[in-house]
Design a binder for this molecule. Structure first.
Ligand code: FAD
Length: 387
């Protein structure tokens, strides 16, 4: 790769968002004559994370699902229920399967190229962009940037910012202890310690599961503290003999911070770096599948990239929600218990998917406690709404 190569589009980072946008382009003849480069520091063809999402009926990724569940379990001290998802399923993809299936398509197209390099800086010059990598510099017309810069959020003082952080163990037990019919979505019966803390269990068979200790809070824990909690939880499940076959760890931003303000005429931030993570839940994968199509349709207009927006009224609901847990992080169990106890699951899922109608949204908000805290946060964030 030499420094005088010119591309129409360069993907700076090619994880979930980069690959999905590139895949959407590869399916649209408009981009057949465009030179497109994907740059990543890693070779993205092996498993490095597990993605789950709910979906109504059949979906685009069904062929590469590793698992799906028709029930979810919610547990807290005040409410415990196995909830039938009816027309929805909770689906799981191993990222390695996703990367390989997308790469197979992109590698078959002549106009897509790949570069394995460390990106150091982006230079936004008058009529062209320069992507400075460790070993080369690339020039191009447009950049789709999915490299998340935590310093951006470190400088934020006006938007509430929590992290969804977790460590998960894939375990294999000697005895049959799990029920693969239902995924434990949230188990708040673990000690809250002033935070929003829960266990998340994905059972793959009677003796294999992923057990994740998760917090929605401002500060990370030392690794050993997540692991102490997982060990204790496994003991409480009555499991004595097991082996850990894999581990995974995450730290997902939960904020309504307007990442789009870093976009320019020719650079757009995508994925978590573009604020595509659903702030109130940390779920990102499904949103990437939708926003990637919207973005690729927008790119065909050859417009100023600052005009692309994913913001809707749900952004404000998320802002209030995050603000509540940011002001009083101990309230998560109460908030989620009220949501799951008082509403139909279809309404909750369509609300979180931002596909609900306004009446359903009002009902859910009215039924979510503590109502006084939500009212206070709604009033406190009016100025952020106009930001
Ligand atoms: C362990 C884990 C589990 C998750 N589970 C779920 C889930 O169940 N459901 C859900 O909806 N979301 C989940 N998420 C959140 C989200 O879906 C993922 O983080 C998703 O990968 C975000 O996509 P992205 O493209 O924004 O970022 P990434 O997929 O992280 O892509 C960014 C890319 O940039 C590359 N990069 C970074 N810095 C450089 C550099 N300097 N030079 C070159 N390349 C660079 C990285 O190698 C990476 O490939 C999970 C996240 C993690 C970490």
């Amino acid at each position: 790769m030499t420094s005088n190569l010119f591309y129409d589009f360069v993907f700076v980072g090619s994880g979930a968002a980069g690959l999905l946008c590139a895949y959407r382009m590869s399916q649209d003849p408009y981009f057949d004559q465009k030179r497109i480069l994907l740059i990543d520091k890693d070779v993205k063809n092996t498993h490095d994370r597990t993605w789950c999402f709910w979906e109504n009926g059949r979906g685009e990724w069904d062929q590469i699902l590793s698992m799906q569940w028709k029930n979810i379990i919610f547990k807290s001290d005040s409410f415990h229920k196995t909830i039938a998802l009816e027309n929805y399923s909770y689906k799981m993809i191993r990222s390695g399967d996703f990367y390989r299936s997308i790469l197979k398509v992109l590698e078959s197209k002549k106009n897509f190229e790949f570069l394995n390099d460390d990106i150091i800086a982006l230079h936004d010059e008058k009529n062209q962009l320069k992507v400075e990598c460790k070993n080369t510099t690339i020039t191009c017309s447009k950049v789709l940037n999915s490299i998340f810069d935590p310093n951006v959020l470190a400088q934020n003082h006006s938007f509430p910012y929590l992290k969804q952080h977790f460590i998960g163990w894939f375990i294999e037990t000697e005895e049959d202890v799990f029920n693969p019919e239902g995924a434990t979505f949230m188990d708040f019966t673990v000690e809250q310690k002033g935070n929003t803390r829960f266990m998340y269990i994905l059972p793959f068979s009677k003796n294999k599961a992923l057990i994740e200790y998760t917090l929605f809070s401002a500060d990370l824990l030392q690794d050993e503290f997540y692991e102490i909690e997982i060990t204790e939880y496994i003991k409480q499940l009555g499991i004595t003999q097991y082996k850990i076959t894999e581990k995974e760890q995450g730290n997902i931003p939960m904020t309504c911070y307007p990442f789009e303000k870093y976009n320019s005429k020719n650079i757009i931030h995508i994925g978590s770096a573009g604020g595509w993570t659903k702030p109130s839940t940390g779920f990102t994968f499904k949103r990437i599948t939708e926003y990637s199509q919207n973005l690729v349709d927008f790119l065909k207009l050859n417009d100023d990239l600052r005009l692309f927006s994913v913001r809707s009224r749900h952004w404000y609901y998320d802002l209030i929600f995050i603000d509540v847990l940011w002001r009083d992080n101990s309230k998560g169990s109460e908030v989620f218990s009220s949501i799951f106890r008082k509403n139909k699951i279809q309404d909750v899922l369509s609300f979180l998917d931002e596909k609900s109608n306004f009446w359903t949204e009002l009902k859910i908000m009215y039924r979510t406690s503590p109502r006084w805290l939500f009212t206070k946060s709604a009033l406190n964030n009016i100025k952020n709404f106009f930001n």
